[in-house]
Design a protein around this ligand. Sequence first.
Ligand SMILES: NC(=O)c1ccc[n+]([C@@H]2O[C@H](COP(=O)([O-])OP(=O)(O)OC[C@H]3O[C@@H](n4cnc5c(N)ncnc54)[C@H](O)[C@@H]3O)[C@@H](O)[C@H]2O)c1
Length: 425
Amino acid sequence: MADAINRRDFLKAAAIAAGPAVIAARGANEKINIGWIGVGTRGYAGLDWLHTASPDDVRITAICDTYQGYIARAKDRMQTIWGSAPAAYRDYRDLLADKNVDAVFIMTPEHLHHEMTIAALKAGKHVYIEKPLAHTIEEGFDIVHAAEKSGKVVQVGTQNRSSTLYQKAKELVEKGQIGEVHFVRAFWYRNSLPNDPAWRYAIPPEATPQNTDWGRFLGPAPKRPWSAERYFQWRLYWDYSGGISTDLLVHQTDIVNYMLNKTVPKSCVASGGIYRWTDQNDDRDVPDTFSAIYEYPGNFHINYSCYFGNDHYGYGEQLCGNEGTIEVMNRQDLYFTPEVFRGKAPDNIKSRQPIHLNGKNDFNESDGAINHFRNFIQSVLGHEKPIAPPLVGQQAAISGHMATLSFKNQKKVVWDEAANKYHFA
Ligand SMILES: NC(=O)c1ccc[n+]([C@@H]2O[C@H](COP(=O)([O-])OP(=O)(O)OC[C@H]3O[C@@H](n4cnc5c(N)ncnc54)[C@H](O)[C@@H]3O)[C@@H](O)[C@H]2O)c1
């Protein structure tokens, strides 16, 4: 329960240890056995990334998915990349009961994160759980609490923290390159053709209620008749997703928290709607146009926006310091630009040279995901600590949930630090 969590601990910034390591008395040649729950878009790509991240330390002994087509695809990929044939399960509880599994990667839709993570911890597994940590604030605290009690390693999939580009940005902020920072602008803009509506991913033509196991997909969500759209395009429906808030925004509030040592906002006002994808046959719930304004303790403000009808400005976080700006754009480029104060900049600011770093050219890296996987495995081995433990994942998720609550209720949401709870203003 939320109240059981010590308030000071909760507010502590990013680098929170998940406890000492873990795989006890492992022989030098023994590998960590991985069970993989969810081999859809992210989970399927992850099978390759883990091979790049830690080929010598792990093997994937089991996979689980409710859609048989994705199980078959993942088995093929496993043979190609890993040269092995994992056990395949339809029910994740059977995978958790497998003694040949030490740690799990959970890459299923948001509404299933809570029950799967809690069950995995109960079964004594270490857990990599994709973002957002959970579907509600209360579920997220449950996970934080269960992880603390378990002593297992838990990493949340907010991988930007493991990107060298963002680590460099944090270093620049901490050495005072942009002075005080009270204002951040963050955004994610996308576009697609009229015949390719946002988040309407392709539905495999052979999918049926039987070969997708509709009941297990629904899990704790409200019962309803089979819908291939809901199964394969779950991001569009409130029952399974917070939409932009928890799918996209959490990455960006998380990385701002990381770069600037922030935790949870003190308030949020969000606004938007379904303005672009308005076809009457499109039954989506979640907005395609969204803004959220956050106030944080310590005179700090985030201005966030997301739109699915124009991608000219792309993706970015702009840290607007009193002495300069750091922008991380499209998770590829970092720019530092000093303030010029209309030609009256003092010498100590004027002397700061503009910087442009490119993730690929300067760090040989395009995404933090592989480093993030590696950090998880190294933590299970006891050599590192997770850079995105559950509390950090929960802090990011809270900002997402506050935005959804504000949008749905058309009210300002206030975070009560003492009670670890929200209320409406
Ligand atoms: N960190 C990132 O940058 C990033 C990027 C994309 C997605 N994600 C996250 O990854 C997760 C999965 O997203 P996705 O885009 O891969 O979705 P997806 O729909 O492509 O994949 C989800 C998979 O879960 C399976 N599944 C559904 N119910 C199941 C159940 N009860 N048991 C086992 N398997 C079940 C589905 O069959 C599917 O294969 C989400 O939490 C999402 O937010 C993170």
